[in-house]
Write a protein of this length. Structure first.
Length: 356
């Protein structure tokens, strides 16, 4: 098994300042009158959201990949390339790149290009994805779900060393001393996104890649065993500890009541649409309130959201927290205000609460 060298310049995790990011999947939204927006307008709005996040001091802006009608973004790296030329300091990356149905060489080349365009601000979050539409779309067999990710992660881990590549897994044209371009100036930062599989947690440690936990329901504290497992795996492999991050949904407005009122209907709509596809029962206001109060839904005023984020950071020992601010058809205008409040109020509050 090959391991990447992208973390060789990172300081020890206990000396890293907390990073605070935002993620979007480019959900197709409605306007404030409830009229659906065209996907093209949604994409333009995502660019505007990323630019605002840069201006208000957010550390990272991630864009997800989907191939279905309720999400506008199927090529996040194209939008990230645009943001690379219109932002100054924010790190830019995927909110997951579905490596299983992509070509690892092209993934590396696209993100290395974004890294060059942004002056070293690109990051890639690798994962298998919770949706499977990309498999038939790109001619992959869903039955090979696990095999594809394992093989492509191994290849990607070799590519990011930026050394001549020899690769012959038996099911593609062999590569012999192949150079992959463009090379980055300081390496490409990577994460592995995990939804709750112990095997995936251990694999992240084996490849020396930081861990991104996708926590979308229930209390965040229930993921503490996965953080502990990751740390034990790093110890047993005789390597330094690596960063751990969390990605969770939420929404911010000036007051708790306003935030819940803006989000409630859209959160329920989004949850029930996905639930129908996956055989879940319908949800409603009770589950929404329970997730807001006790689960991993960070919704409320800046102080309410900051307090909850700070507690999650302490409970799990995090190095980064990413708030997924896009929530189903929630209007762009509400998301813009949430981004502003996140950067100008929530982030400073969290750092003050954690004495950072």
């Amino acid at each position: 098994m090959s391991t990447s060298e992208h973390n060789k310049n990172l300081p020890p995790v206990d000396q890293m300042p907390l990073q605070m990011g935002l993620d979007t999947f480019g959900d197709v939204t409605v306007d404030t009158d409830g009229n659906p927006l065209h996907q093209a307008q949604v994409i333009r709005n995502v660019v505007e959201q990323g630019q605002l996040a840069d201006r208000v001091g957010v550390d990272f802006f991630g864009i997800g990949e989907h191939h279905r009608p309720d999400f506008a973004v199927s090529a996040p790296d194209t939008i990230l390339a645009g943001l690379a030329t219109t932002t100054d300091r924010i790190h830019l990356g995927s909110a997951v790149t579905v490596l299983s149905s992509d070509d690892p060489i092209r993934v590396y080349q696209r993100f290395a290009t974004i890294d060059a365009m942004s002056g070293g601000r690109a990051e890639v979050v690798l994962g298998r994805g919770s949706f499977t539409e990309s498999f038939p779309l790109f001619g992959d067999d869903l039955g090979d779900y696990e095999k594809l990710f394992s093989e492509k992660l191994e290849l990607f881990s070799r590519i990011v060393t930026e050394e001549p590549l020899t690769w012959n897994p038996g099911d593609r044209t062999p590569l012999k001393n192949q150079e992959i371009y463009p090379r980055t100036e300081n390496g490409l930062k990577q994460w592995i996104a995990v939804g709750g599989s112990p095997e995936s947690v251990v694999r992240a440690a084996q490849y020396k890649i930081p861990l991104m936990l996708a926590i979308i329901g229930g209390p965040a504290s229930r993921f503490k065993p996965f953080v502990d497992l990751y740390k034990r795996a790093n110890d047993q492999l005789g390597q330094d500890q690596l960063p751990v991050a969390v990605h969770s949904p939420g929404h911010i407005a000036d007051t708790d009541e306003e935030a819940k009122e803006q989000l409630r209907e859209h959160w329920i709509t989004n949850r029930n649409r996905i639930g129908r596809e996956r055989g879940w029962g319908n949800t409603g206001v009770v589950e929404f309130e329970n997730e807001a109060q006790h689960g991993s839904l960070y919704v409320g005023s800046p102080e309410t959201v900051a307090t909850k984020i700070a507690q999650t950071v302490k409970d799990l020992g995090l190095n980064r927290f990413d708030l997924k601010f896009s929530n189903g058809p929630l209007p762009h205008e509400y998301s813009m205000r949430a981004i502003e409040l996140y950067g100008t109020q929530v982030i400073p509050m969290v750092r003050e609460m954690l004495d950072q």
